[in-house]
Design a protein around this ligand. Structure first.
Ligand SMILES: [Cu+2]
Length: 603
């Protein structure tokens, strides 16, 4: 656990520079500066970055080239952990810590990450969530699509450029392994549209299971009924348990200062509502995209989403402590058993300098329990042409059903994704072999063309799904309940939200979500529900974008081929402990006979 309080000494550098109300920088004013004036990023000029690049730069089109390469080593091990004091359990950690280390670099840096799989009985595959991976599809870390998994005892180097700035996370894309602890956060430093004195860093929020997540996954695959509830919720890898063991995450602040705080939902199955008593949030960024700043006391964060907020430590009176509250949505988007314990406040503690070392007695504002997304506008609106919409728009219909051996599966357009770890999509592209139906491939052959996708939810299973796209930010042109309206004026082509995870609503009347993105990044890119159980049950598909150009953009395949040789050697070894039944994206590496029985099985 890395206490967020470690960032506090940086405050001293900004003493006396107290910012007032939130004033977003005017786009028009800045873009009138010709040539653009270089200014220095600081507490009262967060809009600045480097010569020619600032908050008004369109990161889809341009980014700095720093020439810097930042290198990180991530080493996975099987170990035990005890994040809330409830007791030791088996977990898989990165560099022995939960969450794993924060990867931090500057906008425009190259990032090199060396992953060592020291887990003795399982593969891995680490995905850098939300990173665009422009012309670097092979670095996306999605086993069965862009690579074979890393066999135990092997090492792989990922390298890519940070073309965006903001907050994100990395996690295992192998089975339900990220629920065992294989997650960490990423900060790409860059400009912001709202001033603050100090960056407090990232607060990852997660559900937490006392059972092994691969066991829960098997219950979900073979069971029926509701998803297994989690046991508790962790904030930056810590919380108290139902008996008062463990400790809260503390966020240390100094009165009068203005702070940036970055939230990431790293859960397996939970949407969260977040609020801080007496301290409303000014939301400045969603996923990797700056937004028109707005204030909220009830911030909804679905799995994989990020929100960067600014707040002021402005409470009068003696220095005190305040709750940062993390609440569930309705029963349809995940709930932890810890919420049944009235003695436990789920969250963390905002602590003013000089406050007594005790739990807060603050009262919170009213929060809702919905399962939907925040509504906001992008800071830099980028219009989408609508002229080809009606001829291009393609439905992707979600249904629930039963597959082979009565495994509960989700389907998209009748296909439940089941990738082959030994034969990722890149191999199909390389060899020119036709795709299998189980790969759920949708081709995007045209270059630099707008594609429109309407995802329609199963009215008989009206669950909301956090839909995540790799390789792109999508434009969310609209979403709603009922039948999809095939009329242009039902959608926002002018200033739609751009992000990489959005919540597909669920309703017995049907529900839909309209996404658009341009084919500007050749590769095989997953789009899937980020509820780990659902992805394992096949709620996933892949866009093969400009297939003919993929190999020429991703370069030499020596490391790819070597990784697959190592994986096949491990996977086909008679000594291997494990099974090979799963959607493939999230297959468990081991199975005990009693793993698939027990409470909480289902979808
Ligand atoms: Cu889902």
């Amino acid at each position: 656990m890395s206490p967020i309080s470690q960032f506090v000494p940086a405050l001293l550098a900004f003493a006396g520079l107290i910012q007032g109300a939130t004033i977003p920088f005017s786009r028009a004013a800045s873009s009138n500066l010709e040539p653009r004036q270089a200014c220095e990023n600081g507490p009262d000029s967060r809009n600045c970055w480097t010569d020619g690049f600032d908050i008004n730069t369109n990161p889809h089109e341009s980014w700095p080239s720093t020439g810097q390469t930042e290198t990180f080593n991530l080493r996975l091990t099987n170990t035990t952990c005890n994040p809330d004091g409830h007791g030791e359990k088996w977990c898989t950690l990165i560099n022995g810590q939960y969450p794993g280390p924060t990867i931090r670099a500057n906008w425009g840096d190259n990032i090199r990450i060396i992953v060592h799989n020291d887990v003795m009985d399982n593969g891995t595959s680490i995905h850098w969530h939300g990173l665009r991976q422009l012309n670097s599809n092979k670095q996306d870390g999605t086993n069965g699509v862009t690579e074979c998994p890393l066999a135990p005892g092997t090492t792989r180097t990922y390298e890519f450029k940070a073309t965006q700035h903001g907050t994100t996370w990395y996690h295992s894309h192998h089975s339900a392994q990220y629920g065992e602890g294989v997650v960490g956060t990423i900060i790409i430093d860059g400009p912001a549209n709202t001033n603050y004195n100090t960056d407090l860093g990232v607060l990852p929020l997660s559900d937490w299971y006392y059972d092994q997540t691969w066991m829960l996954l098997w219950r979900a695959l073979y069971g029926g009924g509701l998803p297994p509830p989690s046991d508790t919720v962790l904030v930056n890898g810590t919380m108290i348990d139902g008996n008062g063991n463990g400790q809260y995450q503390k966020i240390n602040v100094v009165k009068g200062q203005r702070y940036r705080l970055r939230f990431v939902n790293t859960a397996v199955d939970h949407l969260f509502h977040v609020s801080m008593d007496g301290h409303p949030f000014t939301v400045i960024e969603a996923d990797y995209v700056p937004v028109v700043p707005y204030e909220t006391t009830d911030l909804k964060i679905n799995i994989g989403q990020r929100y960067d907020v600014v707040f002021t430590a402005d409470q009068d009176g003696p220095a005190s402590n305040y709750w940062l509250r993390v609440q569930p949505g309705s029963a349809l988007c995940g709930k932890a058993d810890i919420y049944n314990n009235a003695d436990v406040t789920v969250g963390a503690i905002l602590s003013y300098e000089g406050a007594p070392d005790e739990n807060p007695t603050s009262t919170g504002s009213t929060m809702t329990d919905t399962c939907d997304d925040e509504t906001f506008k992008p800071f830099l609106p980028l219009p989408v042409p609508s002229d080809t919409f009606l001829e291009q728009v393609t439905p992707l219909d979600i249904t629930l059903g039963s597959g082979a051996e009565n495994i509960v599966n989700w389907y998209i357009n009748g296909s439940s994704m089941d990738v082959n770890w030994e034969e990722p999509t890149i191999s199909y592209v390389k060899n020119g072999t036709p795709y299998d139906t189980r790969m759920s491939v949708v081709e995007m052959p045209e270059k630099d063309t707008w594609y429109f996708w309407v995802i329609r939810n199963d009215p008989t299973r009206p669950l909301p799904h956090p839909i995540h796209l790799h390789g792109h930010d999508f434009w969310l042109l609209g979403s709603g309940v009922g039948a999809f309206p095939y009329t242009l004026d039902s959608f926002n082509f002018k200033d739609a939200v751009r992000r990489d995870v959005a919540t597909l609503p669920g309703s017995p009347d049907g529900a839909w979500m309209l996404l658009a993105f341009q084919s500007d990044n050749p590769g095989a890119w997953l789009m899937h529900c980020h509820i780990a159980w659902h992805a394992s049950q096949g709620l996933s598909m892949q866009f093969v974008e400009r297939k003919d150009e993929i190999l020429s953009t991703i370069g030499n395949l020596d490391d790819y081929n070597q990784g697959c040789i190592e994986w096949k050697r491990y996977w086909n070894s008679p000594d291997r402990v494990g099974v090979d039944e799963d959607s493939g994206l999230f297959a468990p590496g081991k199975l005990l006979p009693d793993a698939i029985s027990g409470p909480g099985a289902g979808v």
